[in-house]
Design a protein around this ligand. Structure first.
Ligand code: MG
Length: 268
């Protein structure tokens, strides 16, 4: 399950019957040795194994697509250097917890590969990859903010062996960047982790609108098909449920139902 420091506790995650997690680190969370030791003890006590640590940054806004383009990841030039520094700190923190993968949203890549921000993001990703490699970690890019083909082209441009993909089928739908099954087929060899999240496509004719995230199984992903496609692609790592809704109780309830749904699908 994907969960967030300072919002979710390891006990809550474990209470849903989950054994593997991805920890999101919001802006401002301290990443000292002491904090790492605290997390290590809490995870151990809950019997939870972390497989990825995610970085998020101050000032990111997911209200709609223009806001994402303006504020998310390594794309905005003014905050790029500071966010790279923070990501390296997240990599160090993950290393203290013995986690072999870090991840983030790098933002909406410019479509024009000759754009200065494209080269800027490519160089930023190289810096993160090289630092993570020193810890034996992969660096995973979340799907959805660009079509799968553009992500693949970008990964080729970065040209680092430890650059991987965290595949989120719902994001492909929410951002309207392509049919998730076709995207999975294209990206499967690079997929190191997966978000099981659901959603509906953006309303037609509303410029810049994101689609609506939905509880797992209630949206347009076709989660049964997705799990089957993962199986066919030979993906055998733990699946992570993700649900991002404001209301805490609704979110925990949806996560619990998501875990149960996945369990049924995996046994089918
Ligand atoms: Mg996700």
């Amino acid at each position: 399950m994907m969960f967030w420091a300072e919002r979710d506790s390891p006990e809550m995650v474990r209470s849903l019957g989950v054994r593997f997690g991805q920890l999101g680190i919001p802006a401002g969370v301290e990443l000292t040795d002491k904090a790492a030791a605290r997390w290590k003890a809490a995870l151990q006590a809950a019997g939870l194994t972390l497989v990825t640590v995610f970085a998020a940054y101050p000032g990111e806004d997911y209200a709609d697509i223009p806001a994402v383009k303006r504020t998310v990841g390594f794309v905005p030039p003014d905050t790029r250097a500071a966010r790279v520094v923070r990501t390296l700190e997240v990599s160090d923190f993950a290393a203290r917890l013995r986690v072999a993968s870090i991840a983030c949203h790098i933002g909406c890549l410019p479509r024009d590969t000759g754009h200065g921000d494209y080269a800027g993001v490519r160089d930023a990703v190289r810096v993160v990859c090289d630092h993570a490699a020193g810890h034996g970690q992969s660096f995973a890019l979340e799907t959805g903010q660009e079509p799968a083909g553009e992500l693949l082209e970008f990964i080729g441009q970065v040209d680092r062996a430890n650059l991987r993909i965290n595949f989120d089928p719902a994001n492909m739908i929410l951002y309207g960047t392509g049919e998730p099954m076709a995207a999975l087929e294209l990206l499967a060899p690079l997929v190191i982790s997966v978000h099981c999240k659901d959603g509906d496509w953006p309303a037609p004719g509303v410029a810049g609108a994101l689609g609506r995230e939905r509880p797992l199984g209630k949206g347009s992903v076709g989660i049964g098909r997705f799990v089957e496609a993962l199986r066919k692609a030979g993906f055998s790592r733990p699946l992570k449920v993700e649900r991002e809704t404001e209301d805490h109780e609704e979110r925990v309830g949806d996560l619990a139902r998501g875990v149960q749904l996945l369990r049924r699908l995996l046994l089918a």
